[in-house]
Design a protein around this ligand. Structure first.
Ligand SMILES: Nc1ncnc2c1ncn2[C@@H]1O[C@H](COP(=O)(O)OP(=O)(O)OP(=O)(O)O)[C@@H](O)[C@H]1O
Ligand SMILES: [Mg+2]
Length: 510
């Protein structure tokens, strides 16, 4: 048998000429995808390119306008995810669908519980999960509760659920966006193990280093179209990024500018929280005009809570916080915002936007009180709409119509919209939490440029990010947060990755 024949033989799935319209927009425009047994295929492309839409079609959540899916040589017509699952197609959801009060095993077998007579056989469930855990080298304790589990473990439970359902095609849509670097390494290893065990894997990611590390092939999409199929062995990050965004990205060097007076001052902040160790432990820091100050840290060391306390979403026990000299300690969100604070929140769907609101409404939130946009509570509708449209255009948020629901935006485009709205508040202080989560490499460059521009205009930016490269590229100063405390500080000039990593793990600088 020739190499060509072997390959043909191993094809497990083909998507042929898939077209999907949303209204007048072709989210997928004649897409062809081939997947082989035991292969890891990366699907890459800009925000709004149509990656998620294509995977939803494969998982039975969307119905193509036209086109065909062929699974193991047979045509497949999917009406629901349940049908996809019964054909061995599984998807690890980005927003986990687990029940917190239940155990690992209960969640995994949910909907397909082993029975003893009429009753749920918990013992069998635990044993099955333990066996799967061993077989696929995915350490999990069947009787642990989901509540309080780190994201990486929750994701492992989701993967196990898919394996329990007997999937041999597993789809991951941006699985690493919410993971710590350690968790990313483990996940990539898991994927390789699964492929070795004969599973076929599709991964969507914006991180090209992950593509290079884990994938056998990549399929590139742009604006709903199929651009290229490439073998990873024959390509490079530069080539992939050229294919994705159609231009070369430039690595700029950023100069520190002289810092002005302090905008944000945090002194001896303390938050005990529910556990025995404090969440924020006597923390002091400051951010001045003309500075981007990064907070680096392994997630779970108090960064999220710090951002919530700063914006007034959560009360702290003691300490002081001022913005431009005004006390904002334990003030309400609205008061904090009026003092001159904007924030790109960590989870865009938790409170950054309502999926049901229109794109235009989401864009205006926090802006409509400006004198140019409203007067005595009367909104200038047309001006507001123009404002929203300009924001969308400037930041390249891809949508046909700003009167559509925010939930219709692709993940990265929703993130771009929130970033745009908050950066354009022009407040003295911007707190940017994971500002580029889920955005493509071109949009990342754009948002980075806007953050630098903001600080160069004399504002202060507090950057909280789990992406070390982002922290190191943008920050004029860096605090490392560990166990609720500041465990060291760097400047743009003296930072290096090794020391930073050491402090993030709780070590001390010489
Ligand atoms: N329910 C919907 N109604 C209208 N338009 C939609 C809907 N779902 C997706 N779209 C549009 O289809 C296009 C493709 O979206 P999709 O979510 O597939 O992009 P993506 O490649 O996954 O992007 P990202 O990298 O940002 O996640 C986008 O322009 C999006 O606005
Ligand atoms: Mg997507």
């Amino acid at each position: 048998m020739s190499e060509q024949d072997k390959k043909e033989k191993n094809i497990i799935l083909q998507m042929k000429h898939i077209v999907k319209y949303y209204g007048a927009l072709a989210a997928n425009d004649d897409i062809n995808l081939t997947l082989h047994e035991g292969e890891i295929l990366a699907v890459i492309g800009e925000n709004g390119a149509g990656k998620t839409t294509l995977m939803k079609t494969l998982y039975g959540l969307e119905h193509p306008t036209s086109g065909e899916i062929v699974l193991r040589g047979e045509p497949l017509h999917l009406k629901s995810a349940a049908q996809a699952i019964s054909h061995g197609i599984g998807m690890v959801q980005q927003h986990f669908m687990l029940f917190d009060p239940f155990t690992v095993a209960e969640n995994i077998v949910y909907g397909r519980e082993p029975k003893k007579g009429l009753f749920f056989d918990i013992k069998a469930a635990n044993e099955t999960v333990a066996a799967l855990s061993k077989q696929y080298e995915l350490p999990l304790n069947p009787t642990d509760r989901i509540e309080g589990m780190p994201v990486g473990l929750r994701q492992r439970v989701e993967i196990m659920k898919v394996l329990y359902q007997n999937a041999d095609i597993i789809i991951f849509d941006e699985p690493t966006a919410v993971l710590t670097p350690q968790e990313v390494r483990e996940l990539l290893k898991t994927m390789k193990n699964l492929a070795k065990a004969g599973k076929s894997i599709i991964i969507i990611t914006h991180k090209l280093n992950e593509v290079m590390e884990v994938a056998d092939r990549a399929m590139v999409m742009r604006m709903g179209k199929h651009i290229a199929d490439v073998d990873i062995a024959d390509t490079s990050i530069e080539e992939l990024s050229m294919m994705m965004v159609g231009r070369k990205l430039i690595d700029k060097t950023i100069e520190t500018i002289p810092a002005g007076e302090d905008v944000l001052k945090v002194d001896d902040l303390f938050l005990q929280g529910g556990g025995s160790v404090p969440i924020i432990d006597h923390l002091s820091m400051h951010v001045a005009k003309g500075e981007i100050v990064g907070i680096a840290g392994v997630s779970g060391n108090g960064q999220s809570e710090l951002s919530q306390v700063l914006l007034g979403l959560r009360r702290a026990d003691s300490g002081s916080i001022t913005v431009c000299g005004q006390d904002i300690f334990n003030k309400k969100v609205r008061q904090v915002r009026e003092t001159g604070v904007a924030m790109i929140p960590e989870d865009r769907y938790l409170w950054g936007s309502a999926r049901e609101a229109t794109i235009s409404e989401t864009a205006m939130m926090g802006h409509y009180r400006r004198p140019t946009l409203s007067k005595n509570g009367i909104l200038y509708t047309k001006k507001l709409r123009n404002f929203a449209q300009n924001l969308v255009d400037e930041f390249g948020v891809k949508t046909d119509n700003i009167q559509l629901k925010t939930g219709s935006l692709s993940g990265g485009n929703a993130q771009k919209l929130i970033a745009a709205r908050e950066i354009r508040q022009h407040t003295p202080l911007l707190i940017a939490c994971e500002p580029t989560r889920g955005v493509d490499i071109g949009a990342m460059e754009f948002i980075h440029d806007r953050l630098i521009e903001k600080r160069s205009n004399g504002d202060a930016v507090l950057l909280i990010s789990s992406e070390l490269t982002e922290i190191m590229k943008l920050s004029d100063r860096i605090y490392v947060m560990y166990d609720g405390k500041i465990n060291g500080e760097f400047t743009r000039e003296n930072v290096n990755e090794e020391d930073l990593g050491l402090l993030m793990m709780g070590g001390k600088k010489e």
